[in-house]
Design a protein. Structure first.
Length: 329
Protein backbone atom coordinates (compact mmCIF):
# COMPACT_ATOMS: atom_id res chain seq x y z
CA UNK A 1 0.00 0.00 0.00
CA UNK A 2 1.42 3.34 -1.05
CA UNK A 3 0.27 6.53 0.64
CA UNK A 4 1.24 10.20 0.67
CA UNK A 5 2.32 11.79 3.97
CA UNK A 6 2.76 15.45 4.86
CA UNK A 7 6.53 15.66 5.44
CA UNK A 8 6.67 19.34 6.41
CA UNK A 9 4.38 22.37 6.54
CA UNK A 10 4.73 24.70 3.53
CA UNK A 11 5.58 28.36 4.04
CA UNK A 12 3.94 30.12 1.09
CA UNK A 13 3.65 27.98 -2.04
CA UNK A 14 3.93 24.24 -1.29
CA UNK A 15 6.46 22.09 -3.16
CA UNK A 16 6.96 18.36 -3.74
CA UNK A 17 9.41 18.40 -0.80
CA UNK A 18 6.46 18.94 1.58
CA UNK A 19 5.16 15.45 0.66
CA UNK A 20 6.55 11.94 1.13
CA UNK A 21 5.54 8.68 -0.59
CA UNK A 22 5.43 5.93 2.06
CA UNK A 23 4.96 2.16 1.67
CA UNK A 24 2.92 0.35 4.31
CA UNK A 25 1.13 -2.99 4.63
CA UNK A 26 -2.34 -3.33 3.18
CA UNK A 27 -4.66 -2.96 6.22
CA UNK A 28 -6.92 -5.76 7.48
CA UNK A 29 -10.57 -5.19 8.38
CA UNK A 30 -11.69 -5.70 11.99
CA UNK A 31 -15.30 -6.07 13.14
CA UNK A 32 -17.54 -3.41 11.55
CA UNK A 33 -14.75 -2.35 9.20
CA UNK A 34 -14.05 -2.53 5.48
CA UNK A 35 -10.99 -2.14 3.25
CA UNK A 36 -11.39 -0.06 0.09
CA UNK A 37 -9.08 -0.13 -2.93
CA UNK A 38 -9.18 3.53 -3.96
CA UNK A 39 -9.78 4.20 -7.66
CA UNK A 40 -9.90 8.00 -7.71
CA UNK A 41 -9.11 10.70 -5.15
CA UNK A 42 -9.86 14.38 -5.13
CA UNK A 43 -7.34 17.19 -4.65
CA UNK A 44 -9.01 20.40 -3.43
CA UNK A 45 -7.96 23.98 -2.69
CA UNK A 46 -9.12 23.71 0.97
CA UNK A 47 -6.33 21.15 1.53
CA UNK A 48 -3.80 23.99 1.33
CA UNK A 49 -5.31 25.53 4.49
CA UNK A 50 -5.14 22.17 6.28
CA UNK A 51 -1.37 22.08 5.70
CA UNK A 52 -0.98 25.04 8.10
CA UNK A 53 -1.00 24.36 11.82
CA UNK A 54 -3.93 26.66 12.60
CA UNK A 55 -7.43 26.16 13.98
CA UNK A 56 -10.06 26.22 11.25
CA UNK A 57 -13.40 24.63 10.32
CA UNK A 58 -11.49 21.44 9.41
CA UNK A 59 -8.58 20.10 11.48
CA UNK A 60 -5.01 20.59 10.25
CA UNK A 61 -3.24 17.62 8.61
CA UNK A 62 -0.81 15.89 10.97
CA UNK A 63 2.87 15.72 10.07
CA UNK A 64 4.29 12.30 9.09
CA UNK A 65 0.81 10.86 8.60
CA UNK A 66 -1.23 10.32 5.44
CA UNK A 67 -3.23 13.24 4.13
CA UNK A 68 -6.95 12.65 3.67
CA UNK A 69 -9.77 13.83 1.46
CA UNK A 70 -12.59 12.56 -0.74
CA UNK A 71 -12.05 9.31 -2.67
CA UNK A 72 -14.04 6.58 -4.40
CA UNK A 73 -13.06 2.96 -4.59
CA UNK A 74 -14.10 -0.65 -4.52
CA UNK A 75 -14.60 -2.63 -1.33
CA UNK A 76 -12.07 -5.49 -1.28
CA UNK A 77 -12.70 -6.79 2.26
CA UNK A 78 -15.70 -6.39 4.55
CA UNK A 79 -16.37 -7.42 8.12
CA UNK A 80 -19.51 -5.25 8.24
CA UNK A 81 -23.23 -5.64 7.61
CA UNK A 82 -24.62 -3.70 4.67
CA UNK A 83 -21.38 -3.19 2.73
CA UNK A 84 -20.21 -6.04 0.50
CA UNK A 85 -17.00 -6.83 -1.36
CA UNK A 86 -17.38 -5.32 -4.84
CA UNK A 87 -19.46 -2.33 -3.71
CA UNK A 88 -18.30 1.10 -4.88
CA UNK A 89 -18.10 3.61 -2.03
CA UNK A 90 -17.41 7.29 -1.47
CA UNK A 91 -15.42 8.16 1.65
CA UNK A 92 -12.90 10.55 3.20
CA UNK A 93 -9.62 8.60 3.12
CA UNK A 94 -7.91 9.54 -0.14
CA UNK A 95 -4.15 9.98 -0.67
CA UNK A 96 -3.60 6.19 -0.26
CA UNK A 97 -4.14 3.06 -2.34
CA UNK A 98 -5.96 1.08 0.38
CA UNK A 99 -8.20 2.69 3.00
CA UNK A 100 -9.37 1.05 6.24
CA UNK A 101 -12.76 2.47 7.26
CA UNK A 102 -15.65 1.95 9.63
CA UNK A 103 -18.50 0.84 7.36
CA UNK A 104 -20.69 3.68 8.66
CA UNK A 105 -18.14 6.24 7.40
CA UNK A 106 -18.75 5.39 3.73
CA UNK A 107 -21.57 6.08 1.30
CA UNK A 108 -22.40 3.48 -1.36
CA UNK A 109 -22.63 4.93 -4.87
CA UNK A 110 -24.05 3.39 -8.01
CA UNK A 111 -21.43 3.17 -10.79
CA UNK A 112 -24.17 2.37 -13.32
CA UNK A 113 -25.89 5.75 -12.76
CA UNK A 114 -22.81 7.91 -13.44
CA UNK A 115 -19.06 7.42 -13.93
CA UNK A 116 -17.48 7.00 -10.48
CA UNK A 117 -15.49 10.23 -10.88
CA UNK A 118 -18.78 12.19 -11.03
CA UNK A 119 -19.28 11.48 -7.31
CA UNK A 120 -16.07 13.48 -6.71
CA UNK A 121 -17.03 16.32 -9.06
CA UNK A 122 -20.42 17.24 -10.52
CA UNK A 123 -22.49 15.02 -8.18
CA UNK A 124 -20.13 15.56 -5.23
CA UNK A 125 -18.95 18.45 -3.07
CA UNK A 126 -18.15 20.73 -6.03
CA UNK A 127 -21.64 20.30 -7.49
CA UNK A 128 -23.44 20.96 -4.22
CA UNK A 129 -21.19 23.95 -3.52
CA UNK A 130 -22.12 25.50 -6.86
CA UNK A 131 -25.82 24.73 -6.50
CA UNK A 132 -26.22 25.85 -2.87
CA UNK A 133 -23.98 28.90 -3.22
CA UNK A 134 -25.76 30.20 -6.27
CA UNK A 135 -29.38 29.35 -5.49
CA UNK A 136 -29.58 29.46 -1.69
CA UNK A 137 -26.73 31.68 -0.49
CA UNK A 138 -26.81 34.27 -3.30
CA UNK A 139 -30.51 33.57 -4.06
CA UNK A 140 -30.07 34.14 -7.80
CA UNK A 141 -33.28 35.15 -9.56
CA UNK A 142 -34.11 34.66 -13.25
CA UNK A 143 -32.96 37.52 -15.47
CA UNK A 144 -30.06 38.52 -13.20
CA UNK A 145 -26.44 38.95 -14.25
CA UNK A 146 -24.07 36.50 -12.58
CA UNK A 147 -20.29 36.77 -12.39
CA UNK A 148 -18.17 33.81 -11.26
CA UNK A 149 -14.39 33.65 -10.82
CA UNK A 150 -12.19 30.54 -11.29
CA UNK A 151 -14.99 29.84 -13.75
CA UNK A 152 -13.24 27.03 -15.63
CA UNK A 153 -12.62 25.13 -12.42
CA UNK A 154 -14.75 22.48 -10.85
CA UNK A 155 -17.15 24.67 -8.84
CA UNK A 156 -17.04 27.68 -11.19
CA UNK A 157 -17.89 25.84 -14.40
CA UNK A 158 -20.99 24.40 -12.71
CA UNK A 159 -22.02 27.76 -11.22
CA UNK A 160 -22.11 29.35 -14.68
CA UNK A 161 -24.04 26.51 -16.28
CA UNK A 162 -26.54 26.16 -13.43
CA UNK A 163 -27.10 29.93 -13.55
CA UNK A 164 -28.07 29.64 -17.23
CA UNK A 165 -30.24 26.58 -16.57
CA UNK A 166 -32.05 28.51 -13.82
CA UNK A 167 -32.73 31.48 -16.08
CA UNK A 168 -29.92 33.98 -15.43
CA UNK A 169 -30.02 36.86 -17.90
CA UNK A 170 -26.25 37.07 -18.40
CA UNK A 171 -23.42 34.90 -17.11
CA UNK A 172 -19.83 36.11 -17.04
CA UNK A 173 -16.77 34.09 -16.04
CA UNK A 174 -13.09 34.79 -15.51
CA UNK A 175 -10.29 32.27 -15.84
CA UNK A 176 -6.52 32.07 -16.21
CA UNK A 177 -5.87 31.16 -19.87
CA UNK A 178 -7.22 31.69 -23.41
CA UNK A 179 -8.08 27.97 -23.66
CA UNK A 180 -10.18 28.21 -20.49
CA UNK A 181 -11.96 31.31 -21.84
CA UNK A 182 -12.81 29.36 -25.02
CA UNK A 183 -14.14 26.49 -22.91
CA UNK A 184 -16.40 28.86 -20.96
CA UNK A 185 -17.91 30.19 -24.18
CA UNK A 186 -18.52 26.60 -25.35
CA UNK A 187 -20.25 25.88 -22.04
CA UNK A 188 -22.72 28.70 -22.73
CA UNK A 189 -21.24 31.60 -20.73
CA UNK A 190 -22.35 34.86 -22.36
CA UNK A 191 -18.93 36.44 -21.79
CA UNK A 192 -15.60 35.32 -20.40
CA UNK A 193 -12.20 36.91 -19.93
CA UNK A 194 -8.65 35.93 -19.03
CA UNK A 195 -7.78 37.84 -15.86
CA UNK A 196 -4.17 38.13 -17.03
CA UNK A 197 -5.26 40.37 -19.93
CA UNK A 198 -5.70 43.52 -17.83
CA UNK A 199 -7.18 44.84 -14.59
CA UNK A 200 -10.14 42.67 -13.57
CA UNK A 201 -12.18 45.82 -12.98
CA UNK A 202 -11.88 46.86 -16.67
CA UNK A 203 -12.43 43.39 -18.13
CA UNK A 204 -15.49 42.92 -15.93
CA UNK A 205 -16.98 46.28 -16.86
CA UNK A 206 -16.66 45.36 -20.56
CA UNK A 207 -18.13 41.89 -20.02
CA UNK A 208 -21.02 43.07 -17.82
CA UNK A 209 -21.85 46.60 -19.01
CA UNK A 210 -25.15 46.64 -17.08
CA UNK A 211 -23.51 45.56 -13.83
CA UNK A 212 -23.52 42.38 -11.76
CA UNK A 213 -26.37 41.19 -9.51
CA UNK A 214 -24.75 38.03 -8.16
CA UNK A 215 -21.04 37.44 -7.65
CA UNK A 216 -19.88 33.91 -6.85
CA UNK A 217 -16.41 34.46 -5.36
CA UNK A 218 -13.85 31.68 -5.65
CA UNK A 219 -10.80 33.96 -5.78
CA UNK A 220 -10.99 37.02 -3.47
CA UNK A 221 -8.50 39.91 -3.84
CA UNK A 222 -8.73 41.89 -7.09
CA UNK A 223 -11.68 39.81 -8.26
CA UNK A 224 -13.77 40.64 -5.20
CA UNK A 225 -12.74 44.29 -5.40
CA UNK A 226 -13.77 44.48 -9.07
CA UNK A 227 -17.04 42.68 -8.39
CA UNK A 228 -17.97 45.08 -5.58
CA UNK A 229 -17.46 48.01 -7.94
CA UNK A 230 -19.46 46.34 -10.72
CA UNK A 231 -22.35 45.29 -8.51
CA UNK A 232 -25.83 46.76 -8.81
CA UNK A 233 -28.04 47.90 -5.95
CA UNK A 234 -29.03 45.03 -3.66
CA UNK A 235 -26.49 42.68 -5.24
CA UNK A 236 -25.48 39.51 -3.42
CA UNK A 237 -22.07 37.87 -3.30
CA UNK A 238 -21.64 34.27 -2.18
CA UNK A 239 -18.16 34.19 -0.66
CA UNK A 240 -17.11 30.62 -1.46
CA UNK A 241 -13.32 30.73 -1.57
CA UNK A 242 -10.35 33.10 -1.85
CA UNK A 243 -7.77 30.97 -3.63
CA UNK A 244 -5.71 34.03 -4.64
CA UNK A 245 -4.50 34.31 -1.05
CA UNK A 246 -4.14 30.67 0.07
CA UNK A 247 -0.36 30.76 -0.42
CA UNK A 248 0.16 34.30 0.87
CA UNK A 249 2.50 34.82 3.82
CA UNK A 250 1.34 38.43 4.42
CA UNK A 251 -2.27 39.48 5.13
CA UNK A 252 -3.99 40.73 1.95
CA UNK A 253 -4.74 44.42 1.34
CA UNK A 254 -7.65 44.25 -1.14
CA UNK A 255 -10.61 44.73 -1.34
CA UNK A 256 -9.87 48.39 -0.81
CA UNK A 257 -13.46 49.24 -1.77
CA UNK A 258 -15.16 47.15 0.91
CA UNK A 259 -17.03 50.23 2.17
CA UNK A 260 -19.06 50.27 -1.09
CA UNK A 261 -20.92 47.29 0.36
CA UNK A 262 -22.79 49.74 2.55
CA UNK A 263 -24.00 52.33 0.04
CA UNK A 264 -24.97 49.60 -2.39
CA UNK A 265 -26.80 47.61 0.33
CA UNK A 266 -24.94 44.50 -0.85
CA UNK A 267 -25.14 41.14 0.81
CA UNK A 268 -21.77 39.35 0.91
CA UNK A 269 -22.40 36.03 2.51
CA UNK A 270 -19.77 33.47 3.41
CA UNK A 271 -20.84 29.83 3.33
CA UNK A 272 -19.71 26.26 3.84
CA UNK A 273 -21.19 23.55 1.67
CA UNK A 274 -21.64 21.33 4.72
CA UNK A 275 -24.48 23.54 6.01
CA UNK A 276 -26.59 22.96 2.90
CA UNK A 277 -27.36 19.24 3.03
CA UNK A 278 -31.04 20.20 3.04
CA UNK A 279 -30.60 20.88 -0.68
CA UNK A 280 -29.09 17.49 -1.47
CA UNK A 281 -32.28 15.88 -2.85
CA UNK A 282 -33.14 18.86 -5.06
CA UNK A 283 -29.50 19.08 -6.16
CA UNK A 284 -29.23 15.40 -7.11
CA UNK A 285 -32.57 15.47 -8.90
CA UNK A 286 -31.80 18.65 -10.90
CA UNK A 287 -28.21 17.72 -11.73
CA UNK A 288 -28.92 14.11 -12.71
CA UNK A 289 -31.71 15.35 -14.96
CA UNK A 290 -29.39 17.87 -16.63
CA UNK A 291 -26.70 15.18 -17.04
CA UNK A 292 -29.24 12.79 -18.58
CA UNK A 293 -30.52 15.29 -21.13
CA UNK A 294 -27.02 16.59 -21.86
CA UNK A 295 -27.60 20.21 -20.83
CA UNK A 296 -24.91 20.16 -18.10
CA UNK A 297 -21.27 19.35 -18.89
CA UNK A 298 -18.48 18.73 -16.44
CA UNK A 299 -14.77 18.73 -17.13
CA UNK A 300 -12.26 16.58 -15.30
CA UNK A 301 -8.48 16.68 -15.40
CA UNK A 302 -7.15 13.29 -14.35
CA UNK A 303 -3.55 12.73 -13.24
CA UNK A 304 -2.31 9.12 -13.17
CA UNK A 305 -0.74 7.43 -10.14
CA UNK A 306 -0.78 8.00 -6.37
CA UNK A 307 2.88 9.03 -6.61
CA UNK A 308 1.74 12.02 -8.69
CA UNK A 309 -0.92 13.18 -6.19
CA UNK A 310 1.32 15.98 -4.78
CA UNK A 311 2.01 17.20 -8.35
CA UNK A 312 -1.74 17.15 -9.07
CA UNK A 313 -2.42 19.23 -5.95
CA UNK A 314 0.32 21.74 -6.84
CA UNK A 315 -1.01 21.87 -10.41
CA UNK A 316 -4.48 22.70 -9.05
CA UNK A 317 -3.09 25.69 -7.16
CA UNK A 318 -1.35 26.85 -10.37
CA UNK A 319 -4.47 26.40 -12.51
CA UNK A 320 -3.34 23.39 -14.58
CA UNK A 321 -6.83 21.88 -14.25
CA UNK A 322 -9.88 22.33 -16.44
CA UNK A 323 -12.83 21.36 -14.27
CA UNK A 324 -12.28 18.95 -11.37
CA UNK A 325 -8.70 17.86 -10.65
CA UNK A 326 -8.62 14.15 -9.78
CA UNK A 327 -6.00 11.47 -9.28
CA UNK A 328 -6.43 7.96 -10.69
CA UNK A 329 -4.98 5.90 -7.85
P1 LIG B 1 -10.93 24.69 -9.04
O1 LIG B 1 -11.26 23.49 -9.84
O2 LIG B 1 -11.62 25.97 -9.36
O3 LIG B 1 -9.33 24.87 -9.07
C1 LIG B 1 -8.73 26.01 -8.57
C2 LIG B 1 -8.58 27.08 -9.67
O4 LIG B 1 -8.29 28.33 -9.08
C3 LIG B 1 -7.40 26.81 -10.59
O5 LIG B 1 -7.78 25.94 -11.65
C4 LIG B 1 -7.02 28.21 -11.07
O6 LIG B 1 -7.60 28.45 -12.36
C5 LIG B 1 -7.69 29.15 -10.04
N1 LIG B 1 -6.70 30.02 -9.39
C6 LIG B 1 -5.59 29.66 -8.71
N2 LIG B 1 -4.92 30.76 -8.27
C7 LIG B 1 -5.64 31.84 -8.69
C8 LIG B 1 -5.46 33.25 -8.56
N3 LIG B 1 -4.41 33.78 -7.90
N4 LIG B 1 -6.37 34.08 -9.13
C9 LIG B 1 -7.43 33.57 -9.82
N5 LIG B 1 -7.65 32.23 -9.97
C10 LIG B 1 -6.76 31.39 -9.42
O7 LIG B 1 -11.18 24.38 -7.48
P2 LIG B 1 -12.59 24.11 -6.78
O8 LIG B 1 -13.66 24.24 -7.80
O9 LIG B 1 -12.47 22.89 -5.99
O10 LIG B 1 -12.70 25.34 -5.73
C11 LIG B 1 -12.98 26.67 -6.18
C12 LIG B 1 -13.06 27.59 -4.95
O11 LIG B 1 -14.16 27.17 -4.12
C13 LIG B 1 -11.83 27.56 -4.07
O12 LIG B 1 -11.58 28.87 -3.59
C14 LIG B 1 -12.24 26.65 -2.91
O13 LIG B 1 -11.51 26.93 -1.75
C15 LIG B 1 -13.72 26.99 -2.78
N6 LIG B 1 -14.58 25.97 -2.17
C16 LIG B 1 -15.36 26.34 -1.09
C17 LIG B 1 -16.27 25.47 -0.54
C18 LIG B 1 -17.15 25.95 0.57
O14 LIG B 1 -17.85 25.13 1.21
N7 LIG B 1 -17.16 27.25 0.86
C19 LIG B 1 -16.41 24.07 -1.03
C20 LIG B 1 -15.59 23.79 -2.21
C21 LIG B 1 -14.70 24.71 -2.74
P3 LIG B 1 -7.12 29.65 -13.34
O15 LIG B 1 -6.32 29.01 -14.42
O16 LIG B 1 -8.40 30.22 -13.83
O17 LIG B 1 -6.32 30.60 -12.51
Amino acid sequence: NREIHLASRPAGWPTEANFRLVETDVPTAGPGQIVVRNQYMSVDPYMRGRMNDVKSYVPAFALDAPLDGAAVGEVVASEAEGVAVGDTVLHGLGWREYALLEARAVRRVDPSLAPVTAYLSVLGMAGLTAYAGLLEVAAMKPGETVFVSAAAGSVGSLVGQIAKLKGAGRVVGSAGSPAKVERLKALGFDAAFDYHDGPVRESLRAAAPDGVDVYFDNVGGDHLEAAISAMNLHGRAAICGMIAQYNDTEPPAAPRNLALVIGKRLTLRGFLVGDHNNLRDAFVSDVSGWLRDGTLSYDETIVDGIENAPAAFLGLLRGENLGKMLVRV
